[in-house]
Structure formats: C-alpha cells, structure tokens
Design a protein around this ligand. Structure first.
Ligand SMILES: Cc1cc2nc3c(=O)[nH]c(=O)nc-3n(C[C@H](O)[C@H](O)[C@H](O)COP(=O)(O)OP(=O)(O)OC[C@H]3O[C@@H](n4cnc5c(N)ncnc54)[C@H](O)[C@@H]3O)c2cc1C
Length: 440
C-alpha cells in the first residue's frame, strides 16, 4: 500500500509538493484553510469593475525553470508573454521614455551592451559598472554575508544614477523592498540564477489570470488523484518522540498519515506547535517580517490604442514616482507600489482616497495619452502580507525543509531556498519536500 502524506496549505508550494509527491507514488491529502487554492497567487471576479483581477500583478522570470516544469507536470500549456532578452522600459515624469535592452546569446555580454546603450547613464556611470566584475571573485559570496544591498551597491561604487535608473527599480520588482532592506546574499543568488543561461534573465508576464495559470490546472490534475479539502484549517501537530503522531484540525477532526508537509506561511507556522515542542525543535527561531504590496487598479472609459502592446507587453517602470511599476492590460491599468510601509514616508497617514488620487495624477503625468481620459473606476488593493521582508537569509528565520521531527517537512517561499519571496522559491521548496520524503 502507498504511504500517505498530508500537505497543509494549498498555495504554490503546497501545489508543488502535492504534484511531486503524487508523481512519486504517494497517497496525498491536501488541507487548505481558506475557501480557495493558490495562496498568495490567486484571481477573483470583482463585481465592482466587472473584471477578473489578480490579487496583485505577478511577473515571473526566465530562470523560473521549476515553475515551468511544474506547469508541464500538470499538463498546463501556459499563456505567457516573454522574449529571449531582458527588455525593460522606464518613464520619467516629463513623459521621456528610456529603454534598457540586453539582446544576445551571451548573458553577461548582452547585459553589458544593454547598459552601454541605456540613455540615462553617463560615462562615469558606465565606468563604475566595471566594478561589478568583482562579483565573480571566488570569495565574493563570503564577503557579503550579513550585509545589505545598499551596502553592496556603495561598496561596488554604483553611482546615484545607476541606483535610480536600474538597481532600485530592479530591487522593487524582484524583492518587493528597497536596497536597505535586502540581504546582499539573496540579491547575489538571484543574479547568479539570472545569468545562468541566455533566456534566464527574460521577464515573463502571464497573459492569463493567476488562478487559470496555477489553481485550475492543479484542480484538474488532482481529480481522482489527490484528496483536496478547502475551508479546512490545521490546528496543531501532536508530536511524540520526534515524530508527528497526528494533526488536529480546527473542525475537531484528527488526521493521521505517514508524513506531513507544512506549507503555511511563516506567520502561521509557530501556532501549529505547542510552545514546548516548538522550542525543542526550532530553537533560536526568529520570525521574519512581512511587507505589503499595494495595487491601484484604474479602469479608463477608453484605453488609448495599443497600450497593452506598448513597452514590454504593457509593463513600464516609473522613475522617481510614488508608483513604481505600471502594467497596461486590455481593459485596465494595474499600478504597483512595493512595501509602501517601508518605502513611502508618512504612508501610515495616507487615506485610500489620497493614494488613489495620487496614482491617478501620476498616470496622467507620466503617460500624457491619459491626460483627457476619465477613469470610471479606481480600486485600492493592498496585500498586507504579500512577501517576507528580505532582510535576512539566516537559517534561524528560514528553516530547512528537513526538520528534527522525523516525518515533518517544511515548504513555503520563506523556507531555506536562498531566494526571495517568489513563485519559484515556493515551487522549489515544495518539490524539495517531495524529494526528501522519497529518499526516506
Ligand atoms: C500582490 C503580490 C505580488 C507578488 N508578486 C510576485 C511576483 O511578481 N513574482 C513572484 O515570483 N512572486 C510574487 N509574489 C509572491 C508569491 O505570490 C509568493 O511567494 C508565493 O505565492 C508563496 O507561495 P507559498 O505556497 O509559499 O505560500 P502561500 O501562498 O501563502 O500559501 C500558503 C497557504 O497555506 C494556507 N494556510 C495557512 N495556514 C493554514 C492552516 N493552519 N491550515 C491550512 N492551510 C493553511 C494559506 O491559506 C495559503 O493558501 C507576490 C505576492 C503578492 C501577494
């Protein structure tokens, strides 16, 4: 008879764990606390606008190879916008458009050429880019341990121009934080991934909504294969002699299986244990902090011609703005502000109405085509615990998948993946748990 595995949580890491466990012949049950699957990557029908919206725009990258493989395993042919190159557009307040285009088959060389042709950079900026060569020195990862990205950029003598026109927008897009909150080692790990092969650094924008991309294919895959239960909150593990004997559920049920995979986020993790068993097995644990993502959705009376195909599939960065990234869709505009509680001064005193007005004005200033276009709806959407604040990569805050409890494994973007809070990190962690269980 197949061994049984209980997966707690139906976000991306839970989906990955369940699929790979099933592929390895296990009998899998998944319990998701909320009414829907997908965790922090989901879509919903918004009656106010009549549109199906994501809970926030997600971008993937060419190096998300585990994510693409997971989609393949679920027989999902994803509808994705991507090119072979790193191609990014930025806008300044006066409407000036700046294009960064790294084209070619050799990643390092093409990015170098991209920088050379990037309009806002002057000769001094370009010379300082040569300092980046230090990053390929053998002891470089050791030297930056425990440091922040802001320190690293200064250490590499990156100019204000380079920070403003490249590194800061990059930090917001990939880490949902500004450089002073980003662990330098995490930043380095992402760069290494991005330079692995020519298409790795391309940006990938889903052309379908997030639930169509992940949850719907998973539900189809799971049919008659995986027992899925939504609206089922796990309460606490019963642990005896370094072994989980059972899992109590909020509804009073008791679940027993051979193995357990927790994929809950860090802010729900500790409460799955009694105080004493948590202290015993996760000594020195330091909980990460969350950071939010604020999206403002603007629905214009009429979208100016061809906007969703302009820039990089409708994506443009805002230089020196309150907003950071803008995505033009066929029927609406999605404006992203990363971690405003950390990046926008006095954000706590700003009302939703004030934020929406500010973003509306910014769209008109940066994209003059919208000067005389009315917005019929403006919607404020804030995911308060969108990502973890990537201040640290330490094991005290990011535990390994393998625990000192023999049949308990941990997944989730926040576990020890070496990556920031990303879909790819979540997939890697779920897949790793499946692999560890198969090796038992
Ligand atoms: C607005 C926004 C924008 C983002 N942008 C990007 C992006 O551009 N690119 C990118 O790669 N990533 C992005 N991310 C991050 C990405 O969505 C997450 O890293 C990823 O979805 C995390 O997946 P996870 O499975 O680790 O955690 P989660 O998605 O949090 O899944 C955990 C699941 O466990 C469930 N759960 C919790 N407690 C219990 C319990 N006791 N019992 C049962 N179930 C429980 C939760 O309900 C949840 O469904 C973004 C996130 C947000 C919110």
């Amino acid at each position: 008879m197949s061994k049984t595995v209980t997966v707690i949580g139906g976000g991306i890491s839970g989906i990955a764990a369940a699929v790979y466990l099933k592929e390895n012949g296990y009998d899998v049950k998944m319990f998701e606390g909320s009414a829907k699957l997908g965790g922090r990557a989901f879509s919903y029908f918004d009656a106010e606008t009549g549109l199906t919206l994501d809970n926030g725009q997600h971008i993937l990258a060419g190096w998300y190879e585990n994510t693409f493989e997971l989609l393949q395993k679920m027989n999902k042919m994803p509808d994705l916008h991507m090119t072979q190159n790193l191609h990014v557009f930025f806008k300044e307040k006066n409407g000036t458009e700046l294009e960064f285009f790294a084209k070619g088959d050799e990643p390092l060389l093409s990015v170098a050429k991209g920088f050379m042709n990037y309009p806002p950079l002057n000769v001094k900026d370009k010379l300082k880019l040569l300092r980046l060569r230090e990053m390929i020195e053998i002891d470089f990862p050791e030297r930056i341990k425990g440091k922040k990205l802001s320190w690293l950029l200064d250490y590499l003598k990156q100019t204000d121009n380079l920070k403003k026109y490249f590194w800061e927008p990059f930090a917001f897009a990939v880490f949902n934080a500004s450089p002073e909150y980003i662990d330098a080692e995490l930043f380095y790990n992402v760069l290494v991934k991005a330079f692995e092969y020519p298409t790795a650094f391309s940006l990938v924008i889903p052309a379908e909504n997030l639930s169509e991309l992940f949850s719907t294919p998973f539900v189809k895959y799971a049919e008659n294969k995986i027992e899925l239960k939504t609206g089922c909150n796990a309460k606490q593990f019963i642990i005896e002699k370094n072994n989980v004997k059972g899992l109590t559920m909020e509804n009073g049920d008791l679940i027993a299986s051979d193995y357990y995979v927790s994929t809950v986020p860090f802010y729900n993790f500790q409460r799955l244990f009694t105080e004493s068993s948590f202290e015993e097995h996760f000594t020195g644990y330091k909980e990460l902090k969350s950071s939010s993502i604020l999206s403002v959705i603007l629905v214009p009376e009429k979208m100016p011609e061809g906007f969703s195909n302009r820039f990089y599939f409708g994506m443009a960065g805002i230089i020196d703005g309150f907003s950071q990234w803008v995505f033009f869709k066929d029927e609406y505009i999605s404006v992203i502000i990363s971690a405003p509680e950390y990046t926008v001064s006095d954000f706590v005193n700003m009302t939703k109405e004030y934020v929406c007005k500010k973003v509306e004005q910014e769209i008109r200033d940066y994209f003059p085509e919208f000067k005389n276009i009315e917005f019929k709806r403006i919607k404020y959407l804030r995911e308060k615990r969108a990502t973890f604040l990537p201040e640290t990569n330490s094991k005290e805050s990011r535990p390994d998948s393998l625990t000192s409890i023999s049949n308990l494994f941990l997944a989730g973007d926040w576990t020890n993946t070496g990556l920031p809070s990303t879909i790819e990190g979540a997939v890697i962690s779920g897949r790793k748990c499946a692999q560890l269980i198969s090796e038992m």
